[in-house]
Design a protein around this ligand. Structure first.
Ligand code: BGC
Length: 571
């Protein structure tokens, strides 16, 4: 669909009525859960320099898994073993390796000025080690992508590691399990070399670097449970060893930038951590909820943003567990004083990926025969019955959770600058395709409004909001069965054509308005949608009994239906 067509649909207000109509047909208000004060729409705008972005990751979109000299990553290995739903692989994915100019054009059409993507380590160094050779075609590809972005006035925000470790490093050194307690760990140096190479080759144009994306996932799912690549199953200790190495590798990449590049390149280096907000089920579960957060986000954030060491509650819990298990040392490794000093303060910004909230209960302290990270936390997790669920089994829609989490980060880590580097909602892959993705629109509307409350009401220094994702893509173990994109990708079509979903039109307006300014057409549209999105009605919240909006919805029936058909046809 052309930009002009999508603009005019949105701007005529017919689109508004069309959405209202569809929403009223598809959402059956279940009531409950809406809190009139907490969930009210905040009108206003984000600070002027607020960063609006969308994100992707190399393995999820690039394809071209073995083009020129690219080496295999641990995700290539896992997918080729048939471990992904439907035996899907990232071999072609969205084919962004060839279609990146189209991706950039989509961003441009949406008015986005930033793009978060990741570099594939084995596409740059096929074995992971520079001394074994550099894949010049990989360097050419990232240069071409970065140049295309800059030419379109879009700032690159680059993640160095989004889970696709070179397979050779796993085979040679055990990947992030390598010598985790010594100072001569090869993996730190190799990650440092790779980071240095990226700063050297791309740092003249890239001013935002993210060392690791969600080290929690790599550590626990990759090296603890082992259902994610590199499939190492050691749930008592694997995750603690891997996390230890990742934190030190992050610090190394940070110091290399600081020592060798910052003065000339003047960029920023941070890390992206994932965290669900943990809300206590009852007041008695309050400590358990904090413990849940400290064991997930705090595991990485406490060393990096606080004092170079793991959170106190993690250390004491793990020491107690060691005694109960008859061990002489804790399964949680220790940092030396030198390492603590080296790690502390190695984040210019705090990258946050947030999607959902869990209800936490205290489950302390039954000794367990086969302990693992999940049981170590001494908590139970669940979900309130009135939280709607997205296509992903773990993704419950609880917008106020992000505001609480942002407030927690502000208080706990000394008021850092926070970049929301991912937030989004999945749909199922179904026929017909979900192009009028109302629930995604609702999700973005509600979550960004909560981020604005954190920024404008709670004075959290939240500087960026990034939608996950620009495109439907390879959703890890779920393959192509869960779609997070603002744009639909037809994975059966060899040309991988991209189609804008309704949410891309919404997001464009959100960016253009920089929030929800009082009196704008966009904010009026949002006001109309607000109660539908919250699964309630205005009447239930405010005792409102007027009829005007019903009349206008009815009137729009004649316009909205042809409009919807036209939209779905063009799209
Ligand atoms: C990851 C993405 C992933 C998304 C949705 C985040 O954990 O960084 O790669 O696709 O969540 O599951």
């Amino acid at each position: 669909m052309s930009a002009t067509a999508s603009d005019s649909i949105m701007e005529t207000g017919t689109f508004v009525n069309c959405f209202l109509l569809v929403i009223s047909l598809v959402i059956i208000p279940v009531n409950g859960g809406y809190d009139k004060e907490r969930d009210a729409l905040l009108k206003g705008t984000f600070p002027q320099d607020f960063i609006w972005s969308s994100a992707t990751a190399a393995y999820q979109i690039e394809g071209a898994w073995n083009v020129s000299d690219k080496g295999p990553s641990v995700w290539d290995t896992l997918a080729h073993q048939g471990r992904v739903y439907n035996q899907d692989t990232g071999d072609v994915a969205c084919d962004s390796y060839h279609k990146y100019p189209e991706d950039v054009a989509l961003m441009k059409q949406m008015g986005l000025k930033y793009y978060r993507f990741s570099i594939s380590w084995p596409r740059i160094f096929p074995t992971g080690e520079q001394q074994d050779g550099v894949n010049q075609d990989g360097v050419r590809y990232y240069n071409a992508l970065i140049n295309e972005l800059i030419a379109n006035d879009i700032q690159p925000m680059v993640t160095l590691f989004h889970w696709d470790l070179p397979q050779v490093l796993q085979d040679r050194y055990g990947g992030f399990l390598n010598n985790h307690t010594t100072n001569t760990t090869v993996i730190h140096d190799l990650f440092g070399d790779y980071a240095r190479f990226c700063y050297q080759n791309f740092g003249d144009r890239v001013k935002y670097w993210i060392t690791f994306n969600e080290p929690w996932i790599t550590s626990w799912l990759g090296y603890g449970v082992g259902n994610f690549a590199p499939q190492h199953n050691e749930p008592a200790e694997g995750q603690y060893k891997a996390a230890h190495n990742i934190i030190l590798s992050h610090a190394k990449a940070y110091h290399i930038y600081d020592d060798e590049f910052r003065a000339a390149q003047n960029g920023q280096v941070g890390i992206t951590l994932n965290c669900d907000w943990g809300t206590p089920k009852t007041p008695a579960d309050a400590d358990a909820a904090i413990r849940y957060i400290q064991f997930s986000m705090g595991w990485f954030a406490h060393p990096i943003f606080k004092n170079g060491d793991y959170p106190e509650v993690m250390k004491t819990t793990m020491t107690r567990k060691a005694q109960e298990e008859g061990r002489t040392t804790s399964r949680l490794p220790e940092f030396t004083p030198e390492q603590k000093a080296y790690i502390s303060g190695t984040g210019d910004f705090f990258g946050l990926n947030h999607y959902t909230t869990v209800e936490v209960t205290d489950a302390c302290c039954t000794p367990i025969e086969n302990p693992n990270y999940d049981t170590d936390k001494d908590v139970g997790t669940g979900h309130a019955p009135d939280w709607p669920r997205a296509a992903s089994s773990w993704l419950y829609v609880v917008p106020w959770g992000i505001r609480n989490l942002l407030g927690f980060i502000k208080e706990e880590y000394g008021d850092p600058e926070i970049y929301v580097t991912e937030n989004g909602r999945s749909d199922h892959d179904q026929d017909p395709a979900i192009m009028m993705d109302m629930e995604r629109i609702c999700y973005y509307m509600m979550y960004t409004n909560e981020v604005m409350k954190a920024s404008n009401m709670d004075n959290v220094k939240v500087k960026a909001y990034t939608a996950w994702s620009l495109l439907d893509n390879f959703e890890w173990l779920s393959g192509y069965s869960e779609r997070f994109g603002l744009h639909y990708v037809d994975f059966n079509d060899p040309t991988r054509t991209r189609y804008p979903k309704a949410s891309s039109v919404f997001f464009k307006q959100l960016v253009r308005n920089n929030g929800y300014p009082e009196g704008s057409e966009f904010t009026k549209y949002v006001e109309n949608m607000w109660y539908f999105c919250h699964n309630t009605t205005e009447a239930e919240v405010n005792g409102y009994t007027g009829g005007a909006s019903q009349i206008s919805s009815l009137f729009s029936l004649f316009l909205a239906i042809p409009m919807m058909i036209a939209y779905s046809l063009i799209a």
